[in-house]
Design a binder for this molecule. Structure first.
Ligand SMILES: Nc1ncnc2c1ncn2[C@@H]1O[C@H](COP(=O)(O)OP(=O)(O)OP(=O)(O)O)[C@@H](O)[C@H]1O
Ligand SMILES: O=C(O)[C@@H](CO)OP(=O)(O)O
Length: 307
């Protein structure tokens, strides 16, 4: 006995599962195609109403996609309709791995979760968590920088450095290297399982991740940055209100965090990684989705004629 006997909601059937029609899920795939959330939700509501008026009880996922596509065409959302289909085709065929780098407090985790929600990517992994795992497998004597934060790693350097090198950035580089071994392990696992994932955090620095990954068409790297020091400081106080990450610690090391921000941006430019200024969450997410869609347009062979 299917769901339809348990609920008066429309049932959406796929090959190996069925679920009640959700306006939220449909709205999310419409926002991934570039619609504003409010418009996406009202279209999802209209489509649900249309299906109910027709007395539809059960609809296949492919038929629903087809209906949504032609609804968008009827409303002259031609570009959105094409992007809507593009995402359906791509997400069905390729694991998408999105790397979101940026200095501490710039907003990588906030933006990563927003993008994951828009694209329906189930997994977001922070490099801070990967760092914790690496700390369990690499001793403090071996890599003392790993047991520091990105902005205090310089304190653990024990060897003399060349005259002109920046000790803060050298400490940061030595801090991220062991974490990136864990990051590459997560990427390999996601590729093997064929599962999309977003990895975010300050340890993702362009030029430090093996080319084997950064040249893969379904792996995309974006760096977030924040030019305004005032705004950056405010991010730490905003976060301190909802988490137990004390803002004092970040403000105390703020100059080094800013140096790291500038260094990551510089590395991004050297390695042709797009840099997105993260001032407004919605604009940042739109910009990131644009970059990601643009990139995956090339991935789409387009000859998949089913919906
Ligand atoms: N565009 C934005 N506008 C306003 N607030 C933002 C924006 N992006 C992030 N924030 C807020 O700034 C604070 C820091 O963001 P977040 O925790 O995502 O930073 P982060 O880069 O992941 O930092 P860390 O690497 O230290 O974990 C959070 O309170 C978040 O809600
Ligand atoms: O090391 C860092 O820059 C931050 C964010 O990754 O982590 P924490 O401040 O918690 O050590």
């Amino acid at each position: 006995m299917g769901f339809e006997y348990l609920t008066n909601q429309i049932i959406v059937k796929d090959k190996d599962y069925e679920m009640p029609f959700s306006k939220g899920i449909l709205a999310r795939s419409l926002t991934a195609a570039g619609l504003k959330p409010s418009i996406a939700y009202s279209i999802a509501r209209e489509i649900e109403g249309m299906l109910k008026d027709e007395g539809v009880k059960v609809i296949s996922k492919d038929e629903l996609r087809r209906r949504v596509y032609y609804y968008l065409i009827d409303k002259n959302y031609y570009h959105i309709a094409e992007k809507y289909l593009l995402w359906r085709r791509i997400l069905k065929k390729h694991p998408i791995i999105i790397l979101i780098g940026g200095a501490s407090g710039v907003g990588t985790s906030t933006i990563a979760f927003e993008i994951a929600s828009r694209l329906g990517i189930p997994s977001v992994i922070g490099t801070d968590s990967i760092r914790e795992v690496m700390r369990r497998s690499i001793s403090k004597d071996l890599v003392p920088m790993l047991y520091e934060s990105s902005y205090t790693a310089w304190k653990a350097i024990r060897t003399p450095l060349p005259e002109n090198c920046n000790i803060y950035i050298t400490g940061f580089e030595r801090h991220i290297e062991p974490v990136l071994i864990g990051v590459e392990g997560i990427i390999d696992r996601s590729l093997t399982e064929g599962l999309s994932v977003i990895i975010e955090g300050t340890h993702l620095v362009p030029g430090f991740i093996s080319e084997k990954y950064t040249t893969m068409p379904n792996i995309i790297f974006i760096v977030l940055s924040l030019s305004s020091e005032e705004l950056h400081k405010k991010r730490f106080s905003a976060r301190a209100r909802v988490s137990n990450r004390p803002m004092e610690r970040y403000l105390k090391h703020f100059k080094i965090i800013r140096m790291i921000n500038d260094y990551i941006v510089e590395q991004a430019k050297k390695n042709n990684v797009p840099v997105v200024e993260n001032v407004s969450i919605s604009q940042t997410v739109e910009k990131c989705l644009e970059i990601i869609t643009e990139r995956f347009m090339n991935l789409d062979d387009g000859n998949d004629d089913d919906f």
